[in-house]
Design a protein around this ligand. Structure first.
Ligand code: NI
Length: 183
């Protein structure tokens, strides 16, 4: 059963702080990572954090070549990031619409650092150290927030910029994607 049930907002586990993975044992991690990729891709997600499937560990995955939920977004390399550390590289904050597989059917405008450095380890225990900006930086910040029990609605500054995908699309505020009706 590789596709796992996604926890939804309201489940208290999504508000917990997850524990680091130590040591990084590739063999032991493989089943979890397979399930995470299958679950994320089945839901057309841009990323997924382990706590979203009820595993309270500091593991996130993200990346795609093309994503039907975010058709205008540039590709992000498929990445496993374990025990991540994020460092903002600029004070510039971008505001843009975000969704989350744990908050289905909704979108909100969330502030994120435009440019960040992220560090951590891949599934083989090899270090990752990247500087990224734009949508890539947004996805990493969103996924890593899950490891600290933060769902994106907690970061919305003006709750008037939070609503249902279908209604926002009817108003022409966001573009409805073919896959959006499933969530
Ligand atoms: Ni999310």
């Amino acid at each position: 059963m590789p596709i796992r049930t996604l926890l939804k907002m309201g489940d208290p586990r999504l508000l917990e702080v997850s524990r680091p993975v130590e040591p990084i044992d590739s063999l032991a991690l493989a089943p979890l990572l397979n399930d995470m990729w299958d679950t994320m891709k089945a839901a057309n997600g841009a990323g997924l954090a382990a706590p979203q499937i009820g595993v309270m560990r500091r593991v996130v995955i993200f990346g795609y070549q093309t994503n039907p939920r975010y058709p205008d977004a540039p590709p992000v390399p498929e990445t496993v990031l374990i025990n991540p550390l994020i460092t903002p590289l600029s004070r510039i904050i971008e505001h843009d619409w975000e969704g989350c597989l744990s908050v289905p059917g909704m979108r909100g405008i969330v502030p994120r650092f435009d440019k960040i450095r992220y560090q951590g380890f891949d599934q083989y225990g090899e270090p990752i150290d990247r500087e990224v900006s734009g949508f890539h930086a947004r996805v990493v910040q969103h996924e890593c927030d899950h490891l600290d029990g933060i769902l994106y609605p907690l970061r919305i500054e003006d709750m008037r910029n939070f609503g249902y995908v279908d209604t926002l699309a009817e108003q022409g505020i966001i573009k409805l994607q073919p896959c959006d009706d499933e969530s």
